[in-house]
Write a protein that binds this ligand. Structure first.
Ligand SMILES: [Zn+2]
Length: 205
């Protein structure tokens, strides 16, 4: 694990000005989002193998007391990091299950009535209820509005005579990166979309 980037490299006022940077491993496999501070750290340590995005960002640093010149580092919306490969994890790793990413996976649509709801009006429905042995896993959960959740209660869809309008699935790493960042740049989205599984609702969109 790498140490955190030294904060002194950059101006604090730049903090809000840049989106998350998508990092890839040395084979070009999507890995994770990092802050621009962390990206600057990778550049400073010569750990960036190549850049793949269409957006460059210039991060200005301190002014040299002798020369009076201001230092800067250029980074990019997508950067590949030298070192360990994560290719084996792309298709196999199961991302953590959170409501935010679950609702995003299901595009905020209730799996029972098909309504489109705001985040606060949605719940996590366990298709096989926990009270009947159902587990809290991507494959057993769907997005559900509060009225439908109350109506279904502790029953299976069959027991409640409610039909599931779409199937659950486990998002892969690339899709999880899409689901977990609401401010993705177009080039980052295009890149990640190429690595999303064919069964993804994001593939069909
Ligand atoms: Zn509903």
């Amino acid at each position: 694990m790498l140490e955190q980037p030294p904060q002194s490299i950059v101006h604090e006022r730049c903090r809000q000005a840049h989106p998350w940077i998508l990092t890839l491993d040395a084979n070009g496999v999507p890995h994770r989002w990092v802050s621009w501070q962390h990206a600057v750290f990778y550049h400073a340590k010569d750990l960036v193998a190549w850049v793949a995005g269409s957006h460059d960002f210039e991060i200005r640093g301190g002014i040299n007391r002798v020369t009076g010149e201001q230092s800067f580092i250029r980074t990019n919306s997508i950067i590949a990091i030298k070192g360990r490969s994560h290719a084996h994890k792309l298709q196999t790793a199961v991302p953590p299950l959170n409501n935010r990413e679950l609702f995003h996976r299901d595009r905020s649509v209730c799996a029972y009535c098909g309504g489109d709801f705001a985040y606060q009006k949605l719940t996590r429905d366990h298709i096989l209820p926990v009270s009947q042995g159902g587990r809290d896993l991507w494959m057993n959960v769907v997005t559900c509005c509060r009225p439908c959740n109350q109506r279904k209660s502790g029953r299976t869809p069959e027991q409640a005579r409610m039909q599931l309008l779409y199937a659950p699935y486990v998002p892969n790493k690339a899709e999880y990166l899409i689901l977990s960042n609401r401010n993705i740049l177009v080039d980052q989205m295009d890149f990640l979309a190429q690595h999303v599984n064919a069964n993804s609702r994001w593939k069909a969109a």
